[in-house]
Design a binder for this molecule. Structure first.
Ligand code: GLY
Length: 438
């Protein structure tokens, strides 16, 4: 089978690793990712140039394309590939709205009475918005309706001081059409512990992966600016140390109801990966947002422990015959090495030295993210550089493999040593035990 992976980061590198032994692998990437370049035939080009990607897929006789990131999905890459009878793991443009249009997502929950939603309102003018925020006495979250590369969401008590600052930011979103819409969505702020469930879907069947917890703050102790995610962990039973089976099942139930509502609403099946970002609140799981793709870093926790071959899963998705996907009873810890100064862009373009052989001998895995292969070595860019993963019987085992692996990567980089450490995991358990009301 000839499979194309579209995208250039650690997420796509992890997808490629899961396929490399079973398929003829192709990739389309904007930068030369050294990990992907080593294991696939590739074309360098802008992934948003969807016609060019589709032409490359056609010329390479691709049978299945896997779309790594949300931006080409939002541009309609799946519909473009379909013109050449190429099937995709990734939803078409109408269905990708579950990520690309946040008001579509919240309206779907309301219309189909899907549980676990949050109170929200969409505004397109100042007057109603200001009246609402002047009256509302709880903290809010302000979100652009469309895609902003993970940078548009601001939370009162985190990025914003109070609802007055929220008002100013909401005006900015409307005025600048941030994310492509002159609308803003205001949601109630959910308090608790975040967790991710990624699932495979053929539109009728949904098969979930183990739950993962990401760490969005840049610095140890959950401090500093919000980033794309500094590391993540999963546990050997598919749950998280603060998440019960019942809560996990409830969240998966929300995702199952969502794919059936999508079919009813749009008449299309959800073919691809559904990523649910949940908050475990005092009243149970609440859906914060959906993504129409794997999580980054969360994909690095789940694909390395997947027992079912990825090629079978992808065939099941595109043929509408997805079966239950199984995973090893292992825990995993991923740590992201990022350029000094990240998320600012101070030390982009510096050389890094990766001793992959040594890391592999420790049982660790290396996934390249925003780095560039040049003639004289691997260079950072301004974003997350390299994901390192340790797999073990317990979270602590995985953590210690990931941490020792980080010592064998040299450069102007830093990482969060506390991800997956007992102390931080215990803090999460304590937090949930204090707030859970049921
Ligand atoms: N870990 C956050 C994301 O993938 O969107």
């Amino acid at each position: 089978m000839r499979v194309l992976v579209v995208g250039t980061g650690a997420r796509e590198h992890a997808i490629c690793e899961s396929l490399k032994n079973d398929v003829e692998l192709y990739s389309y990437m904007s930068n030369i990712n050294p990990g992907i370049a080593k294991i696939s035939k590739y074309r360098q080009g802008n992934e948003l140039d969807i016609q060019k990607v589709a032409e490359y897929a056609k010329d390479s006789n691709i049978e299945i394309a896997i779309i790594g990131s949300e931006a080409p999905l939002g541009k309609g890459i799946v519909d473009e590939l379909e013109k050449y009878d190429i099937k995709s793991v990734g939803p078409n443009i109408s269905v990708a709205r579950i990520e690309t249009d946040k008001s579509f997502m919240r309206d779907l929950f309301q219309e189909y009475k899907i549980p676990g939603s949050l109170n929200f309102k969409v505004f397109g003018n100042y007057e109603e918005l200001d009246n609402f925020l002047d009256e509302y006495d709880k903290d809010v979250v302000v979100k652009p309706v469309g895609l902003t590369g993970g940078k548009g969401v601001k939370i009162v008590g985190d990025h914003l001081k109070d609802n007055n600052e929220a008002k100013n930011y909401a005006h900015e979103i409307i005025d600048t059409k941030m994310g492509g819409f002159s609308q803003v969505i205001i949601e109630e702020k959910a308090v608790g512990e975040e967790f991710t469930i990624q699932a495979f879907s053929d539109g009728k069947n949904l098969s979930p992966m183990p739950a993962v917890q990401d760490h969005p703050h840049a610095f140890e102790g959950d401090s500093g600016p919000i980033t794309g995610g500094m590391g993540s962990y999963s546990d050997n039973n598919g749950l998280l140390p603060f998440l019960t089976q019942k809560e996990y099942d409830f969240a998966v139930g929300i995702m199952k109801k969502t794919i059936s509502a999508i079919k009813d609403k749009t008449s299309y099946y959800y073919n691809g990966i559904l990523y649910g970002q949940f908050m475990l609140t005092k009243d149970g799981p609440k859906l914060i947002e959906y993504n129409a793709r794997f999580g980054d870093p969360e994909v690095m926790n789940t694909l390395p422990i997947m027992e079912t071959p990825m090629v079978d899963v992808c065939s099941g998705i595109v043929d509408g015959k997805l079966k239950k996907v199984s995973f090893d009873d292992k825990a995993s810890v991923c740590k992201y090495l990022v350029p000094d100064g990240y998320p600012e862009t101070k030390y982009a373009n510096t050389l890094v030295n990766v001793n992959e052989e040594k890391i592999n001998s420790l049982g660790g895995y290396v996934y390249y993210a925003a780095v560039n292969q040049r003639d004289d070595g691997i260079y950072t860019s301004s974003s997350r550089a390299i994901g390192v993963v340790g797999i073990g019987d317990t979270i602590s085992d995985g953590e210690s493999i990931a941490e020792s692996s980080c010592k064998h990567i040299q450069g102007n980089l830093y990482h969060r040593r506390d991800v997956g450490k007992r102390k931080l995991v215990d803090k999460r358990i304590k937090h949930i035990n204090e707030i859970r009301t049921y």
